[in-house]
Design a protein around this ligand. Structure first.
Ligand SMILES: [Zn+2]
Length: 278
């Protein structure tokens, strides 16, 4: 009888393990050949994970707290702890705080940021941790391209000048704006850049056209000007916003503007994590 018990227990363990491995390998196989862009449900803040067809993991911002860790563990198989590239758009807490937890738990290979100065505690803690972990740090002070393999690149469109060591009054307008162009799909990531940056990009005749737009500054009135949206002419827009936030994001005016232009709206507070897979 005891022998039967042992056999049943072993059989159970084998069954559970094979289930876990089946799920994990399936997930890994899907990841290795497809492009996945996930707007993570981190509440009031930004966090975007790009998984490229060649297997690189890129994280743009980390949201306001530890929530990003739960979101990442839903996206990655359990053995994958590598972030090839971490990008901080600008130093505000709702973008940088979660990145501290990511640095502590993941193997981050490289970091991009603008070097703009801010006395905020979280931003300083993030910078100190990068130094401690000796992670290569690249300062973005001009448009440039990050190559991600065949038919896939990240085009950094803004800033056009250096913010290194500068204390800007409005840090939102130091946000790194980038465009992912991968397998013919185009995503525009705007951080919290406001109309002033939008104007500058339009004046420079930057190629802004994209299929999917991450709406600037969580859907606030000071971003997403009408002409900017017209030039991008996205089919879909994602608003990274927390339920019942204190800022009134997104505003009715921006929602109406998007509706009028027939742009489909996805938002983290209503839809959870918003994922595009190609
Ligand atoms: Zn923000």
């Amino acid at each position: 009888m005891q022998k039967l018990h042992k056999i049943l227990i072993i059989f159970g363990i084998v069954l559970i393990l094979s289930g876990v491995f089946y799920f994990a390998f399936n997930r890994a196989l899907a990841d290795s050949s497809s492009l996945e862009v996930s707007f993570l449900n981190v509440g009031q803040g930004d966090a975007i994970l790009i998984e490229t067809p060649e297997g690189q993991n890129i994280l743009i911002d980390g949201g306001p707290d530890k929530k990003v860790i739960d979101c990442l563990s839903e996206e990655f198989p359990f053995w994958d702890r590598t972030i090839d590239l971490m990008i901080l758009t600008h130093p505000h807490d709702d973008h940088v705080r979660g990145l501290i937890d990511v640095l502590q738990r993941y193997n981050v290979k490289k970091v991009l940021y603008t070097g703009a100065e801010d006395g905020a505690a979280a931003y300083n803690a993030w910078k100190n941790l990068i130094k401690e972990l000796a992670i290569p740090l690249v300062i973005i002070d001009r448009p440039q391209i990050v190559n991600l393999g065949k038919n896939c690149f990240l085009d950094i469109l803004y800033p056009r000048t250096s913010f290194l060591g500068k204390e800007e009054k409005n840090l939102n307008n130091t946000s790194i704006v980038s465009k992912l162009d991968c397998r013919g799909r185009k995503f525009l990531f705007t951080g919290d850049a406001e109309a002033e940056v939008e104007r500058e990009l339009l004046e420079e005749k930057t190629d802004l056209r994209a299929d999917i737009l991450k709406i600037g500054h969580h859907g606030s009135n000071n971003a997403s000007s009408e002409y900017f949206l017209q030039i991008i002419s996205p089919k879909e827009a994602v608003i990274q916003v927390g339920a019942e936030n204190d800022f009134g994001h997104p505003t009715l005016r921006i929602l109406r503007r998007l509706e009028k232009m027939n742009i489909s709206i996805f938002r983290n507070d209503k839809d959870g994590t918003v994922r595009f897979v190609y």
